[in-house]
Design a protein around this ligand. Structure first.
Ligand code: FMN
Length: 163
């Protein structure tokens, strides 16, 4: 955090704790090996073309490979998939991550079968910024689960919407 005012960083963190996010697992397949990471930093970018962005920490196992792949997957988690959010954020559970519930043929990024939504994205650009890189994907294929009940992350806790 060179050059950042620690007090401002603290209040920024407090502000972000008040922003509700969906929880997503970003996936790629490299040399037949599935990789994935829990990420809340995902946003739709444009409808024309349909596109989104994800922000990935450069210290994560996935980051460097994500710079090279042609496609990545965004699996928006359902409220009943909190255990997957924890698993894909915990390096100790790396070997368990793709044990069940995934389409894993590796001709495309792993797709979580019961995801709230899954989006296949062609990675077209990335920009390093601070500790992270911003990856832009153009959406090529979408599948959605009918019941709308996404897993949310707010104030450091998992929850669900009541609207
Ligand atoms: C709720 C939650 C949201 C997260 N969001 C992001 C994110 O948007 N980008 C990111 O790079 N890491 C994010 N992380 C951290 C990664 O999931 C975590 O560092 C993960 O262990 C990295 O994968 P690796 O262990 O295979 O390197 C988040 C973690 C949690 C629990």
């Amino acid at each position: 955090m060179d050059g950042s005012d620690p007090q401002l960083v603290g209040t920024f963190r407090q502000a972000m704790r008040r922003v509700a996010s969906t929880v997503n697992i970003i996936t790629i397949c490299v040399d037949g090996q599935p990789m994935g990471i829990t990420a809340t930093a995902m946003s739709s970018l444009s409808m024309d073309p349909p596109s989104l962005l994800v922000c990935i920490n450069r210290a994560t196992a996935l980051h460097n490979s994500l710079e090279d792949v042609s496609h990545f997957g965004v699996n928006v988690l359902h409220a009943d998939q909190q255990h997957l959010a924890a698993m894909f954020a915990d390096r100790e559970q790396k070997n368990l991550r793709f044990a069940e519930g995934w389409e894993l043929d590796c001709t495309r990024p792993p797709r979580l079968e019961a995801a709230q939504a899954s989006l296949l994205c062609r990675r077209i650009d990335h920009h390093p910024f601070g500790t992270h890189s911003i990856f832009i994907g153009v959406v090529e294929h979408v599948e959605v689960r009918d019941d709308i009940d996404p897993l949310l992350y707010l104030n450091g806790q998992y929850g669900r919407a009541s609207i």
